[in-house]
Write a protein that binds this ligand. Structure first.
Ligand code: C2E
Ligand code: CA
Ligand code: CA
Ligand code: CA
Length: 381
């Protein structure tokens, strides 16, 4: 159920944009319908529903939370989702729809931007999370993870300088699970180290393959979770993996966030310093969204600041976001760091960032994260 930011009914054009988005989220055989108003019905054909349903609800909430552009207008949406499952909640379409409506009311009571199940027992997150945990345990062995690569470009020359490695999980039961969801759960279940080490190994093997194919020395940045980073074995593992594939450490970067390092700042300084000594470069991700202390910024051996997407989004329309972006750029340069803007989607943002001395950019404007084959094709161009 969808309303615009002022609670007003949204126009047909906006609803078409939403319909297109929803259609892109489901699989072949699923149904997306609109019976009128601003409510959509989605019917999933599946016999192992719980985890996939949860993941889809998350995907829809996250996808529609972003402002949509309709014509030239920006439209802010809040979404509520009610879910009924067959056969637990009924086995006719009418029953399911009625119960989904009841669940929708509950989702709205939860403050919108939520999903709710008709049967509380089913909606009990613990069960859905257990389903996800069960699937996650065997996911590496079953080869369900894949690393995608998103280009990072020099704003002055337009040259591709590197890429960020972004993990994807496609599970036969759950479908495509968004990384924000499964990374958080993997951290909770103690699976993040195994997954994170798989990512590092996969990325290093890939860099070696690109080099062997004569595609140059591309530099790839890997995201490290706080839980992984806190383990003593992580720095030795990075070193051993670089050695295993015969790579120059300057091919590898890591991305951390403020919360990654704030748990135990002294330990973090030590670990980061060892990585930096090896020659691995360090980026501070989502900069400006956490509790940044400029004091720490000075203590951590950081090479690159990433301007968070939330500031980039409105950099050309909001004077305060523009001011924040400019401050981050000059702060970074004063501390002899480079700056990357992430989530760059428009020509106007590119122009603004270039004009104000930002070094690099990453975002849908140039490219979404790409599977290996597509990224390799880009390297060959
Ligand atoms: P992040 O590190 O901040 O990654 C940037 C996210 O923004 C990615 O989402 C990327 O696909 C998305 N993005 C990039 N450009 C644009 C744009 O122009 N517009 C929009 N709307 N989005 C853009 P993704 O791939 O869903 O990853 C989400 C988060 O999951 C990442 O946020 C990161 O924190 C985490 N993650 C992903 N892969 C890994 C991994 O291998 N290890 C760990 N620990 N975390 C990971
Ligand atoms: Ca409505
Ligand atoms: Ca990142
Ligand atoms: Ca980020």
């Amino acid at each position: 159920n969808i309303n615009d930011s002022h609670g007003q009914a949204v126009g047909d054009k906006a609803l078409q944009v939403v319909a297109r988005f929803l259609t892109g989220c489901v699989r072949e055989g699923d149904t997306v319908a609109r019976q009128g108003g601003d409510e959509f019905q989605i019917l999933l054909q599946d016999d192992a529903l719980l985890g996939r349903t949860m993941a889809l609800a998350q995907t829809i909430l996250a996808g529609l939370r972003e402002e949509l552009s309709v014509g030239g207008d920006r439209l802010a949406l809040t979404t509520s989702i009610g879910i009924a499952m067959c056969p637990a909640d009924g086995d006719t379409f009418d029953d399911l729809l009625r119960h989904a409506d009841t669940a929708l009311v509950r989702a709205k009571e939860m403050g919108r931007d939520h999903y709710a199940f008709f049967t509380e027992r089913m909606g009990n997150d613990i069960r859905a999370r257990l389903a996800m945990q069960r699937q996650m345990r065997g996911a590496i062995a079953r080869n369900e993870f894949e690393v995608h690569y998103q280009p990072q470009l020099c704003l002055r020359s337009g040259a591709m300088l590197g890429a960020e490695a972004l993990l994807r999980w496609d599970n036969p039961v759950l479908g495509k699970v968004p990384p924000n969801l499964f990374i958080a759960l993997a951290e909770e279940y103690g699976l993040i180290t195994a997954i994170g080490e798989w990512v590092l190994d996969t990325v290093c093997a890939q860099i070696r393959d690109w080099q062997a194919a004569g595609l140059g020395s591309i530099k790839v940045a890997v995201n490290l979770s706080g839980k992984q980073f806190a383990q003593d074995r992580t720095v030795p593992f990075v070193e051993a993996t670089l050695r295993k594939y015969g790579l120059d450490p300057s091919c590898l970067g890591i991305e951390i966030t403020e919360s990654t390092v704030m748990g135990d700042p002294d330990k973090a300084v030590a670990a980061l310093t060892s990585l930096k000594d090896i020659g691995v470069s360090i980026s501070l991700d989502d900069f400006g969204t956490g509790y940044s202390s400029l004091g720490y910024l000075k203590r951590f051996p950081i090479d690159v600041l990433k301007i968070d997407k939330s500031f980039v989004d409105d950099v050309t329309t909001s004077s305060s976001d523009a001011a924040i972006a400019l401050s981050v750029i000059s702060l970074a340069h004063n501390l002899h760091m480079r700056v990357i803007a992430e989530g760059v989607e428009t020509r106007e943002q590119v122009d603004f960032l270039t004009r104000h001395g930002c070094d690099e950019m990453q975002g849908y404007y140039f490219s979404r994260p790409l599977a290996v084959d597509a990224f390799t094709a880009l390297l060959r161009e």
